[in-house]
Design a protein around this ligand. Sequence first.
Ligand code: FAD
Length: 487
Amino acid sequence: MAGSRRATAPAQLAVVGAGAAGLYTALSAACVGARVALISATPLAGSSSYWAQGGLAAAMSDQDSPELHLADTVKAGRGATRTSAARTLCLEAPRAVEDLQQLGVRFDADRHGRLALGLEGGHSARRIVHAGGAATGRRLIRQLSALVAEHERIEVLENRRAIAVLTTPERAVGVQLLDGEQIFSAATVLATGGAAALWARTTNPLGATGGGLLLAYNAGAALADLELMQFHPTAVAAPNGADGFLVTEAVRGEGATLRDPSGARFVDELLPRDEVARAVQRQMALTGAPSVDLDMREIDPSLFPNVVSALRSAGIDPERELVPVAPAAHYMMGGIATDLDARTTVPGLYAVGECSCTGLHGANRLASNSLTECFVFGARAARAGQDEPAPAAGLELRRQSTKPPPLASATREALWRHAGLERDLAGLSELLSDPYPLAGLIATSALARTESRGAHQRRDFPSVDPSFNGRHVMLGREHPAAPQIWS
Ligand SMILES: Cc1cc2nc3c(=O)[nH]c(=O)nc-3n(C[C@H](O)[C@H](O)[C@H](O)COP(=O)(O)OP(=O)(O)OC[C@H]3O[C@@H](n4cnc5c(N)ncnc54)[C@H](O)[C@@H]3O)c2cc1C
């Protein structure tokens, strides 16, 4: 592979991505002595993490426990959760919150100084740790990136894009950047975020198109559960700049309701996301309207200052008016298949955060488990990456593709049409020949799951097939899509 090798010694970890997962992995590794290269393609506000609103889930109160958190996670996952990964998340989440506090993140507290915990759909207890009302992502990213920028063992390569994982026939040894530079490292960690912006209607920043999944796939790593895209029920539906703006589930936790055109409620607003999203979709189909109404008029606006001010800038006053909302692609449960220490199927290559698939979310992510995942599995990747051997000089690198075709709006429309809240054989088959490679891989996975479960609803297979219980659809360059049980 053509490129210029850096003169400096290889880093212990090369981390690609500066969202919550990448920043925290880099800091965790550097804090125990590792030299880290952190590569980010976009400025900070280009990461989904920056926009995260509700917060991160962790059993922090006396009325809660990791076991209850686990039970809720497994229940929401619809029989497809990898229990070992979910257990790891729930047990280690409180420690992650404490560590973030020690790193200087100030979470919202009540007047006694105890964490003010929010409630979201599918949670049986208040356990959403938040900051600045619904500005959790912004606060986290600002603090973590300030620490990263100051850390003497972290070299930040900003506005630089990784276009390939460097591999030998045995393992990953670093990344190739778009400008030709090659960064060699003992462990290479992809923290490149999700893929929801592949769908025409999305809550994600436009860069969230699963580029890291293609890097891993081209390097020979297996992907999993790509058919499992979570649609958020309450994204603003307005013909202006606010279209797709997410109104956090936490407002429904505080009592906001969903209304049909006659003003009647039509769903329990705190059911897990897949059920609420489908109820909204059904309601829209029934009335032919492009949205339903979210009634936040009784909600104290001081609890969600950034949501209220974003809505006001879009010309909607949530204290007086109903907010038009409709589902939008929000979170990819699938991604690069990993074990519980974030190792992919390629030695030396790790994946953390939304680009990874530990299997913990099953077929339907429980709200606010994803930020927690960034921290719990970021810390694990940082620890495991310390033991990887430094790449030797003069390695024979494997040749691989570095240029996927540009993403056209036709692909985004096609995914929305054929791999949206409901899918079937005919539509998914059309996607197989889409020029953007990830669209075909998503369709291949969705075709392999011949059942309906959680976020994946097939018109032609409308029921749960128990033979898929606990199975994850894995596929790789040399492996056809196959549902597998993970321990
Ligand atoms: C509007 C919104 C609200 C949300 N609210 C919540 C919430 O309240 N609670 C919760 O748990 N989850 C929430 N989520 C989901 C959560 O924010 C994400 O799952 C999580 O932040 C993902 O973090 P990440 O670090 O994996 O990826 P990201 O934060 O997306 O970061 C990815 C990084 O990778 C970089 N990158 C990508 N490709 C390359 C490349 N080739 N080379 C170099 N850099 C690259 C990007 O520039 C970016 O810096 C929300 C998501 C959205 C969009």
